[in-house]
Design a protein around this ligand. Sequence first.
Ligand code: UD1
Length: 423
Amino acid sequence: MDKIRIQGGKILNGNVEVSGAKNAALPILMATLLTDQECILGRVPDLQDIRTTIKVLNHLGTETTSDFSAHTLKLRAPEVKCFEAPYDLVRTMRASVLVLGPLLARYGKAKVSLPGGCAIGARPINYHLLGLERLGAKIELEGGYVIASAQKLRGNRVAFEFPSVTATENLMMAAVLAEGETLLENCAKEPEIVDLARMLRSMGAQIEGEGTELITIQGKKSLHGCNYQIVGDRIEASTYLAAGFLTGGNVRVDGVDPETIEAVLGKFEEAGATIIREAHSVGLRSNGRPKATNITTLPFPGFPTDMQAQFMTVMAMAEGASLITETIFENRFMHVSELVRLGADITIRGHSAMVHGQKTLKGAPLMATDLRASASLVLGGLCAQGETWVSRVYHLDRGYENMESKLQKLGAVIERVPSTERS
Ligand code: UD1
C-alpha cells in the first residue's frame, strides 16, 4: 500500500484547477442507466470511486469508453445483462446503492447488496427504500441484499424524514420514468443534487425545484442520450483553500462556484482570511495565524460534514479554542487521535470536539481512516514541522484526483512512496 511523505512547513502559494465533483459524478454515471442511448460525460474526475462505479455499470451491461486523460466518458446501456450490484463492488463504495432508482425505473427490478456499516457511521438506506415503496416498488431483504421490483413505478408524494443526499438522488432517478407526477419533500439541497437535475433535464426529464426542499417531477415514457459536463468539486476546492490558509499562503482555486462553498468561505473569513470571490474561482489570502472559530455541520447550505475534518486541522493551528460539532454522522472524529499525534490538543465530548489551537505541530507517522479524514491528515502534515507519513492513502484516492501533484504545484514538499520503499 502506498504512503504519502510530507516535509511540512512550506508556505503554499498559487492556483489549483478543481476537478469534477466526485459526489455529482457518481449519481450522474448511474443516471446513464435510464436510457439506451449514448451519454457523453465531461469533467469526470479520475478517482477510485469512479472506476468502481464503471465496474458496477459494466457488470450490469453498460458499454463504456473512457479517456481519463481528457476526463471524458462515453456510456451506453442498450440492455441490462443483470440487475444485481454485487457485494464485492458495493462494499467498497456505498454509493452503489444509487443503481436502485434507475434500474427500477427502467426495468422494474433491481438487486443491490446492503452497504452495511462504514467507518463514519451506521448509514442505513431506509429513506431510499421507503421512498421507492411510495412509488409502488416492492422491497424485500434477503441474504444481505435488497431486492426491489415493480410492474411500473407511479408518481406519488414522498416526504423524507431527513434531507438525505443520495436518497433524494435515488428518488429523482426513479421518478423521471415513473407514471405521473412525483413530489419530493424535505429534499437535500446540495449542489450535487442540482447538477444531477440538470443532467437529467439534458436527457429530456421534466424536473423543477432542485436546490429547494420541494422537487416536482413529471415522469416521462423514455429519456434520450446527453452530453453533459460535471460541476466542480466544492470539497476539493475547500480543502486546497484550507491548505493555503494553514500554511500562511495565498491560494486560488479555479473551476468552482463560490456560492457552493459559501458556508466554508464565511468560516475562513471569521477565522481571519481574506476571500476573493469571482464567477468561477475563489482566492484566499491568509492574514497570519487563523483565529479560533466554531463550526456545526449541517445539510446544505450549512457547513458541510465533508469539510469538518479539514477545518479541524486549521483550528488545530489557530489562536484560541474552537468547538467543532458534527450533526450528520455519529462517528466522524476518527482523525482526532491522529491529529493529536502531531501535537494537536483536541478533546471529544459526544458529538463535539474542543480544539485548543497550538502554535506549532510536529511531523509523525499517521494512518488514514476514511476519505475526508485522510485529507485532514495531509493538511496536518503540510503545516507540521519535519516529516509526516500518511499511510492507507487508498482512502484519499477514492476522492482526491492527483492530490500530491496539485499540492506540489503550490510549493508543498510531498510525494507518494510505494509501500516496498518503507515498511
Ligand atoms: C452523501 C455524500 C457524503 C456526504 C453526505 C452528507 C455522496 C456519494 N456522498 O452521503 O460524501 O458526507 O452526503 O452530506 O454523495 N440516513 C438514514 N437513512 C437513509 C439515508 C441516510 O438514516 O436512508 C442518515 C445517515 O446515516 C446520515 C444522514 O442521514 O446520518 C445523512 O446522510 P446522507 O445525506 O444520506 O448521506 P449520503 O447520501 O450517504
